[in-house]
Write a protein that binds this ligand. Structure first.
Ligand SMILES: Nc1ncnc2c1ncn2[C@@H]1O[C@H](COP(=O)(O)OP(=O)(O)OP(=O)(O)O)[C@@H](O)[C@H]1O
Length: 240
C-alpha cells in the first residue's frame, strides 16, 4: 500500500486584499503518495507555482490544509515549518538557486548544517547525494565553474540530501537544453521509483509531464482535471 506523503485539502491562497485581491488557488485538493510523481500543468497564472510554494511551506495558505509526512504545515509554528522543510522537503527551481560563494558540496550540505548537523557528517551526506546525481567529482567546484546541467544536478542533490520525503520541482528544466533536461527528469523519476519519495513537477511541456504517473491541470486556481500517464515523449512528437 502506498503511503500518502503530501495531502493538500481545500487549499486557498489569496494575494492582497479588497479590489486588488488575486485568488491564486480556490480550493485545491491533491494527494501524492510515496514513489509517485505528479505533474502539474496549466496556463500561465493558473496557480502552479503558488501550489508548489504552499506545498513546500515557502508560502502561507489563506485556507485549507497542507499535510506533509503527517504534519499539517498550516498548524505548525514558523520554526517548525522551517525545520520540516530542511529535513523532509526538497525544492528544485528553474534557476538552480545555488549560493555562488559555496562549493557544490557546501551548497548540498547547507540544509543539514542549518539543521544542526556537524560539518563533517553533513559533508559525507553531501558527497553521497552528489554521487547519486552522478557528479561526485564536482564536490569542490563552485557553481560558476559548472554547466547548467551540472548546476541543476547539484540543486537536485541538495533537494534529496538526508531523508527527504517530498521533492518539489518548479520548471526544473527551464534553463537547460532538451537532452540535459531529459536527464534531469530521469533523475527525479528514479528518485521517486527507487527511494519512495513523492514528487511534484510543475511544467508547461507535455513531453516533460510524460515522466509523471499522473498529470493534474490547473486553471484559474482550480484543479479542472487529471489524467493518467501521458504517452511517451516520442509518441507525442509523432502525433503532433
Ligand atoms: N506575491 C504575489 N502577489 C500578488 N499576486 C501574486 C503573487 N504571486 C502570484 N500572484 C498571482 O497569483 C496568480 C497565480 O500565480 P502563479 O505564479 O502561482 O501562477 P503559475 O501558474 O505558476 O504561472 P506561470 O506559469 O506564469 O509561472 C497569478 O495571477 C499571479 O499574478
Amino acid at each position: 500500500m502506498t503511503t500518502t506523503i503530501l495531502d493538500i485539502r481545500n487549499l486557498t491562497r489569496v494575494h492582497g486584499s479588497g479590489e486588488q485581491a488575486v485568488h491564486a488557488l480556490r480550493g485545491v485538493d491533491l494527494s501524492v503518495g510515496s514513489g509517485e510523481l505528479v505533474a502539474v500543468m496549466g496556463p500561465s497564472g493558473s496557480g502552479k507555482s503558488t501550489l508548489l510554494t504552499c506545498a513546500g511551506g515557502l508560502d502561507q495558505p489563506s485556507g485549507g490544509e497542507v499535510i506533509v509526512d503527517g504534519n499539517d504545515l498550516t498548524t505548525l509554528s514558523r520554526n517548525a515549518v522551517a525545520a520540516l522543510r530542511r529535513r523532509r522537503i526538497g525544492y528544485v527551481f528553474q534557476d538552480f538557486n545555488l549560493i555562488p560563494a559555496l562549493t557544490a558540496a557546501e551548497n548540498v550540505s547547507l540544509p543539514l548544517e542549518l539543521d544542526g548537523m556537524r560539518a563533517r557528517a553533513a559533508r559525507k551526506y553531501a558527497e553521497a547525494a552528489l554521487g547519486e546525481v552522478a557528479i561526485p567529482e564536482l564536490a569542490d567546484r563552485f557553481p560558476d565553474d559548472m554547466s547548467g546541467g551540472q548546476r541543476q544536478r547539484v540543486a537536485i542533490a541538495r533537494a534529496i540530501v538526508g531523508e527527504r520525503r517530498l521533492l518539489l520541482a518548479d520548471e526544473p528544466t527551464g534553463a537547460l537544453d532538451s537532452d540535459t533536461g531529459e536527464a534531469v527528469l530521469q533523475l527525479l523519476r528514479d528518485r521517486c521509483d527507487q527511494h519512495g519519495i513523492a514528487g511534484v513537477l510543475v511544467t508547461h511541456d507535455a513531453r516533460h509531464a510524460a515522466w509523471a504517473d499522473r498529470v493534474v491541470y490547473l486553471r484559474d486556481g482550480v484543479l479542472v482535471g487529471q489524467s493518467g500517464p501521458l504517452p511517451e515523449a516520442d509518441v507525442l512528437l509523432e502525433t503532433h
